[in-house]
Design a protein. Sequence first.
Lengths: 468, 411
Amino acid sequence: MAAARLSPTANLLRKSRLFAIPQALTPPQEAPTSRAIAESDTATLPYPIRASLVTPSSSLARGDWGLKRPLPAKSTSDKSSRPIVRVLELDTFEHTTDFESAADHTVTLEKFQELHMPMSLPSKASYAASMVSKHVSPFESHLDNTNTSPGLGEPGAKQFRHSGPWLAGQTETEFQAFSKYVQKNKPELLKKLRESFVAKRTAEQWKQAQDNGENLENLEPVKVTDEEFQAYIKSLRADPLALGPVVFELLDLPSAPAVPSNKIGTKYYQSPGTKLSAAEYTAFGPPKTHPSAGLSYTRSHALIYNHPKYGPQAFQRPVEARVLRPKGRFKGRSSGKAVTGVGGIAVDESTMHTFIEKGSSAANAVFDSSIPGGAKFWVNPVRSSVDSEGRIELKANRASATAKAPYGIDQNDFSPLSISDIIRGDHRVVPKMDRQPSGDIAKNLIDSLTKPNKIRHAYKSRAVPRQS
Amino acid sequence: MIVRQLCLRQARQLRALPRQSRILSRFSSTETTVETAVKTPVRPSPVEPGTSSGFSATEVEAYQQKVQNKHVFHSFGSKVSGAYRPESIIRSPPKPSEVTLELLLACQTHLGHSTSRWNPQNSRYIYGVRDGIHILSLDLTAAHLRRAAKVVEEVSARGGLVLFVGTRKGQKRTVVRAAELAGAYHLFERWIPGSLTNGQQILGHCEKKLVNPFDEQVHMWENEVEEYPALKPDLVVCLNPLENEVLLHECGLNNVPTIGVIDTDANPTSVTYPIPSNDDSLRAVGLIAGVLGRAGQAGQKRRLEEAQKGNLTYERMAPLVSTENVAKPSPAHLPLMNVSDGQPVEAASAAPSAVEPARTEAVSAEAASAELSSVELASAEAAGTEAASAEAANAEPTIAERGTDSPKKQQ
């Protein structure tokens, strides 16, 4: 036992919290393209790669985060009421601890969990059907398997992970390294192949005996000679269509994407049918994480809010979505799609079934600079999944009046039919961005100086009328 | 030439050209905005349920009942014990015997500097590398800390002057508290170079005082004490040796032993007794200073106990003037004296409370200088070097010179 021989110091260090912080994941790779990629270095990554750290308030007041040195208050406790950091380096040559705020991912996760969404397996958005693709939880016992799970033996069981690499996503170097690894392990692989050959022959013998009506108990175990095995290998080599499935089985590789149509007539190494839990994974590779990515552990979306006055509600409480990019030209490119943000997650408009509410959102159509904080509208998230790259894919419907009504949500949402005068362009007045209700300045000032708390409360409780 | 085709090609190229997007006409304002005055609404002040004068008797009674209930209910429930309280490391630091590896680990003493910053002389203290930093061995930290604590304790027990130095930001309270516990001196601002090597010029004018074994000031030989050379510490505890290279160098020149917190980038030979530890974490430094302060406290206690029994833990001081001029002390006890610089004491002195008035029999001299220097040094070199007999009836009245126990606040 290696653990028993550890010195007390080593044991302590091993169990310390700082050493228990997991190693950073590799950041998402850039697409292998010759085109210039205009991406910000400081942009929030699609998934977190480092652990988020928090500290109790008594230690926070002293800047003590359990690290090499106290972190400065200016960028932690002075900046945020609930600072969360991620440490990039414990100590650098410049005698500093390299850290940054981890609120981006942490708060996004909290907001996501407030949506009460279960995670689904990824599925392609169907443009034709008005229905969102069916929710399939990755936690179903016949889907939630790795290559070592015992449940894999059951009929119809799928898995989300293979031990072998996804060849279609490998670079040339990675593939060379993998083929070298395979060559090195040739004896074991041949042994494994021989076992599978014996199993195959046994099954054939069994079948034959069954067809002939023989007594199955009297069957002798199959013995394969070296010559037979060599002949089997030779036959496989001659026939790529037969060799493909054997190789994929032997190396436990995820099945390859569909063969392009111009190759269909030719001979190729055919891959067996996919064992992965979602069809999306065949095209884009097996998932990097568990398909739920740990975002939510609920299996079903079938929870119903029982309104005290109106009874059970079909819809969850709608959430506000922010228009990140309106439709049409953007930065000189006419990509066309609108992008909205729901709970910190960017939602493509193509996944938003806007036709449920008659007419598309006016907020998505044009950029309206007259709205403080940007245009927002209410949506009902319906489906969330994590794709092969680890990005969250959220699908949301525009909240209908029925969905909004019981929750007392502002009905004065964007009307799909009318847009503000400012957008029309004939209005030649620069809109005022800091909009405030009219009133007496001096009185207000005195109020706010004398009774700050009450005023703040009054501000909160008061609904500010929208300026038309 | 087919003009139509040319146009088509041109048009394609034109379309591909990067053009500025259309500037909306509304941005080119031609009118003046009418509603320019920013006005905030007048809100009627919210109705207050009751003003200070408007509470009814029942309301007051209910409130008082609530307060009383709160007091009663507070005694119920579970007691939280064993919780980490950051303040306790300063208020009540652990004794050297209470230092465990777990405590050292929790105080981040094992985190060294970036591997590219290391001093290879520290390789004996380094346990390994993790996440780009060196990890110091907790065992060695504990061993060296205990050894340093012994040094501080013995120096204090022999009446030596100890100086705690921590000049980094945030170390002030730690240093002051450690000095307060150990009855020592502290320095949390810049060390004035030459305070040891050129001490007579820099600190010569500072106030000194003569104390007896019970740390009480004695008023005798006032002129002589005033002319006494500037005092030097017997031990310097430096919490950040990297920033105090000059101090440590001067200590080396003057044979003053030093204890230092050595991180992986510091030179361990710059101090006499290194303690390998993280010197950036306030918690780690607080623990080390606190432990050393506790050790000093134990030493002082021992010295005073010995003094109560009539034993001296240090050599007697030679009389500063001829013995004929000295007022006769009480025959029953040893009149022992110390010289220390007598600047105003702000921190509590650990010693005098244990002293009985009957025994406090000595003369003291006090320098009149009221000027407060930024550096206090207590005598080290001169302390206890001379011993002479200032006769008394039965026992030899020995005059020893040593530092005061009273820590002084630096101005």
